[in-house]
Write a protein that binds this ligand. Structure first.
Ligand SMILES: [Zn+2]
Length: 235
C-alpha cells in the first residue's frame, strides 16, 4: 500500500493532489494555461498537473487552507488589497499590506514541497533535498517565518502568455543562493530555499513593510523563446 508523503501513514485513500492549485489554472479570458518544463513543448493541462501519489485525503484536507488563502489574496482580492505608492513607483510596482507575506510564503513553500516530492516530469527541476522535511515541519507547526526565511521576490505579469513554469534558478544570479521560480502565469515568484541571508537588492525589499510586486510586461518564457529564436537563426 502507498504511504502518504506527508504523514507517512498507509492510507487506502489518496488525494488527487494539484501541485499548483486549480484556481491558478483558470483561464483569464486571454490565454490558456499551459504547464511548461525545461526542454519540452508546453503541455496544455487545463486543470494542472495532478499527482495521486503524494497526499492522503486527510492530509490534503488539513492543509487545503494554505492554497485557498493564497488564491484569495492573489486571485480574488488582489485589486482590493492594493496600496498606492502615490509616486512614480506606481508605474513599475504594486504593493499590498505586509501582513500577507506569511500566507504567501506558506503557500509558495507548500507548492515547492509538492513539486519536490512529485515524480511528474514537469516538476523535475524542483528538488529540495533536506528542505522537504524542514518545510513540512514548519507548515505543520504553523511557524511564523522571519524576513529571510524563504524570502521571495514577487512579480505581476501584465501580459501573460499563460504559461506556468516551475524551475530552479541559476545560483550565480543570486550570490550563490538556491532560488526556485514558480511562474503562475499572472504572478511569478522567486523563492530562496537556502539558509544564507537574502542577497541584495531583494534583501531591502524583503525587509520593507509591504509586499511589493514588480510589474513585468513579458513573461520569462517569452524572453526564453526569443533567445531560442536567435540561437536557431545563427545556425
Ligand atoms: Zn497523510
Amino acid at each position: 500500500m502507498k504511504h502518504c508523503k506527508w504523514c507517512h501513514k498507509e492510507n487506502p485513500q489518496f488525494a488527487n493532489s494539484h501541485i499548483i492549485p486549480k484556481a491558478f489554472f483558470v483561464h483569464d479570458g486571454k490565454n490558456d494555461r499551459k504547464i511548461l518544463s525545461v526542454g519540452e513543448y508546453p503541455r496544455r493541462k487545463p486543470t494542472g498537473s495532478k499527482d495521486t501519489n503524494i497526499l492522503c485525503v486527510d492530509c490534503e484536507k488539513n492543509f487545503q487552507q494554505i492554497d485557498s488563502q493564497a488564491a484569495t489574496i492573489l486571485l480574488q482580492n488582489f485589486d482590493k488589497y492594493l496600496i498606492p505608492f502615490n509616486d512614480k513607483k506606481d508605474d513599475i510596482a504594486l504593493q499590498i499590506d505586509g501582513q500577507h507575506k506569511q500566507a504567501i510564503k506558506r503557500f509558495l513553500i507548500y507548492v515547492l514541497w509538492r513539486a519536490s516530492v512529485s515524480t511528474l516530469r514537469e516538476f523535475r527541476m524542483i528538488k529540495l533535498g533536506a528542505y522537504e522535511d524542514k518545510i513540512k515541519d514548519a507548515l505543520i507547526n504553523d511557524k511564523e517565518f522571519g524576513n529571510h526565511e524563504y524570502s521571495f521576490s514577487a512579480f505581476k505579469v501584465e501580459k501573460s502568455s499563460g504559461n506556468i513554469y516551475p524551475r530552479k534558478l541559476n545560483k550565480r544570479a543570486f550570490s550563490g543562493c538556491n532560488f526556485y521560480e514558480l511562474d503562475f502565469a499572472n504572478f511569478i515568484f522567486n523563492i530562496k530555499v537556502d539558509s544564507r541571508i537574502t542577497p541584495e537588492p531583494l534583501k531591502s525589499l524583503t525587509e520593507y513593510e509591504h509586499l511589493v510586486f514588480n510589474k513585468i510586461y513579458e513573461t520569462p518564457e517569452k524572453r526564453r523563446q526569443a533567445m531560442v529564436k536567435i540561437v536557431k537563426s545563427q545556425k
